[in-house]
Design a protein around this ligand. Sequence first.
Ligand code: SOE
Length: 391
Amino acid sequence: MGDAARARLGVGMVGYAFMGAAHSQAWRTAPRFFDLPLRTEMTAVVGRDAARVADAAARLGWESTETDWRRLLERDDIDLVDICTPGDTHAEIAIAALEAGKHVLCEKPLANSVAEAELMTAAAERAEARGVRSMVGFTYRRVPAIQLARQLVAEGRVGEVRHVRAQYLQDWLIDPATPLSWRLDRSKAGSGALGDIGAHAVDLAQFVTGQALIGVNGTLETFVRERPVAASSRGLTGEAGVGTGTVTVDDAAVFFGRLSGGGLASFEASRFAAGRKNAIRLEINGSRGSLAFDFEDMNVLHYFDGTEDSRIAGFRRIVVTEPDHPYVAAWWPPGHGLGYEHGFTHQVVDLVDDLAAGRAPAPSFADGLAVQRVLDAVERSSDGGGAWTEV
Ligand code: SOE
């Protein structure tokens, strides 16, 4: 579609660290590989330090800068606010932006508590009635192999779902000398491995099966309770001048759940799984077959068709890079593969398509709230010695 025919969508992004960089590449790349129905513009990026945000804008491709996110709400050239800040700021920014009539894309987990997530969802529902849209950033939904897995479950190819095994394993905290950062501070991050990566595992399990978790029991653990305070994180958790500070979140979470369809699910979220860098693993075992995925081999989905002749049946390794696989036609020839960043690009594509079509995007804030309720139930269960806890 030609530029003149498309309405403009001015984007203002808050935060420019890891997630800000990932979102920036998505806003830069989406219009170059996909035929977007709106003319997206990277209008402004926000950070508190004027010099550092100016540097980030130049590096990441933003046209202007602000040092206060509230300025985005006053600007007529901003249509959408993209929130890439720690969880403790999500509710305030998202609610204000929606009330100011700006669409919102908010990083996961939606909030640091169920109460905040409820307020955000209520604001999103009020805004929705005025055509102002919102989406929460569970980007792994947009990995082609995950989309295919959901399609296969919906087509009945695994039959009735009996077991879900979901793991999100990293190892970046194994070294006790790794310093404190906001992700280890409950007041900033809400929780640790549970909310940061367990949230993705919960969302994927619910998304792929199309079912909700109705109850859980679980245990959280913090293996390293004191860590050095890096110069850059002084004042964040430890006191300035003090050599170490306290980790106030979980390092690992292990929990079981029951799905609304009656199946059982087990979850592990850990930053202490040596050698596992970003291993999001999902296995679905149904009455007719199974599916297995590991993000460390993200272009592949394994499928076992239990209806096949047992002499030749076995897990089939599907390389999910054919043009008729979700999103793939816009990219490379079969077998050339996609990476971590493509999920963020697909997120922008789907969001812009929904905005142009006047559709409510998914995952919605209500979907983010549903995940938040599961996380909260896991924490309550752990506090209660691992007791069964309804979501
Ligand atoms: C850090 O553990 C982190 O960056 C998460 O916050 C992201 O959501 C995940 O995509 C990768 O790991």
